[in-house]
Write a protein that binds this ligand. Structure first.
Ligand SMILES: Cc1cc2nc3c(=O)[nH]c(=O)nc-3n(C[C@H](O)[C@H](O)[C@H](O)COP(=O)(O)O)c2cc1C
Length: 207
């Protein structure tokens, strides 16, 4: 079993990464493989709603790492999306990234557990978590909780390491993710089928 963790900050080893590292370490202790995928600091396109991805070949923009992430997502069993808080919302780049990843490759994530993590100096974490959790909600993904909301506080990794409750929350979230993944494996072994959900009706509120 493998969990793919996304660092939605352009700081490769910053506060968000520090939280993800704590989660990854705990998952590994639970026998689960992990990979931290970096969005990085290179220019990243937002979704322009062209519909080109409906042809089934991924996002039409091929000069950044969104399609690469979706390919990795197909092989993963669970996801952690970590974001720094910018003006009380997730980073613009993680929203652009996830819009394109989910619009072009939502099936790679479906029915797999997802966990949102927010990292802030002080405030805006719950609004940021709400925004990230919406990708899970519309895509039939169980969300992973913890003993507090999934957030850490600090303006640098050293400060995050002093946020002992925040790190405890990360470890407990990882344990909940591991438990969920093991339950899903046990379900598969018992031939419990995925839910037979339907998307036959789609109204735009004008008819
Ligand atoms: C543009 C910008 C906006 C920010 N807005 C907030 C904010 O609204 N609330 C907050 O607590 N911290 C805010 N911060 C601080 C970061 O969220 C915080 O330092 C975070 O832990 C950085 O994570 P990183 O090291 O992974 O990039 C902001 C930082 C930047 C660069």
């Amino acid at each position: 079993m493998k969990v793919l963790l996304l660092n939605g900050s352009s700081n490769l080893k910053g506060c968000t990464y520090t939280a993800l590292e704590e989660i990854a370490k705990t998952l590994q202790e639970e026998g689960i493989d992990t990979e931290i995928f970096q969005i990085g600091a290179e220019p990243l396109r937002d979704c322009i709603g062209c519909g080109g991805c409906s042809k089934g070949n991924g996002c039409v923009f091929r000069d950044d790492c969104v399609n690469e992430f979706v390919e990795k997502a197909k092989e993963a069993d669970g996801f952690v999306f970590g974001t720094p808080v910018y003006y009380a919302h997730p980073s613009g780049r993680i929203m652009s990234f996830l819009d394109r990843a989910f619009y072009s490759g939502g099936a790679a994530f479906r029915f797999k557990p997802g966990m949102a993590v927010a990292s802030a100096r002080r405030a805006g974490t719950t609004a940021s978590l709400d925004a990230i959790n919406k990708y899970f909600g519309i895509n039939q993904m169980p969300t992973v909780g913890s003993t507090y909301w999934n957030m850490v506080h600090g303006n640098c990794p050293e400060e995050v390491r002093q946020d002992l409750e925040g790190l405890q929350t990360m470890r407990n979230a990882a344990k909940c993710m591991a438990w969920m993944l093991k339950c899903f494996e046990a379900g598969k072994a018992q031939n419990i089928a995925l839910p037979d959900t339907k998307k036959e009706v789609s109204t735009n509120f004008i008819r």
